[in-house]
Every structure is written in structure tokens, then in C-alpha cells.
Design a protein around this ligand. Sequence first.
Ligand code: BTN
Length: 233
Amino acid sequence: MENVAETASTNADLKALSLSGSAPEGFWLRAAQQTGGVGRRGRKWESPQGNLYCSTVIDIRPSDPPPSSLSFVAGLAVHAAIRAALPDVPMLLKWPNDVLVSDSKICGILLERVKDQVVVGIGVNVAVAPEVEGRSVTSLAAEGAEIDAAGFLDKLSREFEACVTEWRNAGLAPILEKWQSLAHPVGMAVTTSDHGGEKITGEFAGLQADGALRLRKADGTLIEIRAGDISIG
Ligand code: BTN
């Protein structure tokens, strides 16, 4: 574990370390703030002091489930760590790797593949909730938790390690089962958009064995979504 006061992006730092062959699995980097935090789909991740910005790396072994399914592992670990800090708030996992607290975004997870490793970057709104376009946002502090970023990472890293071990040893099925039990229910209204930006609406019809989202359109057609964002409700 390494803590730094400031960096551009902990994901960028770990990608560079990984490329140079010096990022051992289990290593975590935390920055107290980021000057160039990166979100999914090239978006910017606002990274002021007080929140958690951290990244770790996972080796991809031939027998591992698909690397992209680490999204679910990270989501479950964040969920468990938040649940420990906030035992009573309403929480919901949203495909593929969002964690909603009181129906609001509280974290961001970014997976980036570098050769035979995956960099897993996690940002959690611990103290403040920067605006995210089109989303309602919250923080652990706003929900009543008394924990700082370092204390939260301590719990999160242990939950993450336990979840990776299960993912490797027991496979993806039990991870997806646990994920589904904490996520939006089958039948819930879901909206996404296709490659051309056209809106697709339907209902959530569960996950494929590899974690792809199944959406049933009003005419009964089932489609599989492997990348992108959804909105629910
Ligand atoms: C999202 O768009 O929801 C994902 C945001 C991921 C942000 C984290 S903060 C730590 C790590 N470093 C980055 O630059 N991004 C990730």
C-alpha cells in the first residue's frame, strides 16, 4: 500500500507500473487528491481532497473468469465496505459496476487492461459529492458515516481481496448470484443506448453467465448488452 498526497490519476500510475512489470498483484496506491482523475468512457472524475482515490492490479491467469467480470467483484467489495460504514441506508448495485446509496451515485469503478494485468481504479465519495452530469450524487458523510478515506480503504481492500479469491476459486457464478441479490430486480425498467446513440428501453431480464446484461424489449425480443451504461427505473 502506498499513499501519496497528490497525483494525476492513480489508474494512470498503476498502468505505467504494470507496463514496466513492477506492479505486483495486491499492491494498492491511494492519492489524497487527483489532478487528472479519469472516469469511464473518457469522462473526467472530479477528485478533491477528502474522498477516496485508489487503484490496485490483478494478474490475469488462464483459468480466471473473464477479466471484465472484475467489475462485479469491485462492485461487491465497495458495497460490503459501504454497508459496514452505513448499516441502514438503502443500497443497490447497478449494472455493470455502479453502487447506489439512497438512489444516488457514491462511487466510480474503472477497469483498464494492461497486457496480462487489469488495473482496478475505485473512487468513493467519502467526504464530498462532486457533481456528475445527469446523476444524483451522495457521499458517505452526507449519509451519516464517520469514516475517512484511509479507514474506508482499509476495509475495502480486505473485502476486495476476499472477493477476488472467491472469483478465482469458485468462479463467476456465485459472484453473479451475490451481485444479483443486491442489484435491481429482474423486470425493472432499463434504458440504454446503442452504438449510434439510439435509445433502447425494456426490462432487465437477468445476467448472462459471462455477466452481460439481458434486456427484454416491449416486443419480447431479448438483447445482450456487454458494454455501456444503463439507467433504471
Ligand atoms: C466512473 O466513471 O464512474 C469511474 C470513475 C473511476 C474513478 C477512479 S478514482 C481512482 C482511479 N483513478 C482514476 O483516475 N480513476 C479511478
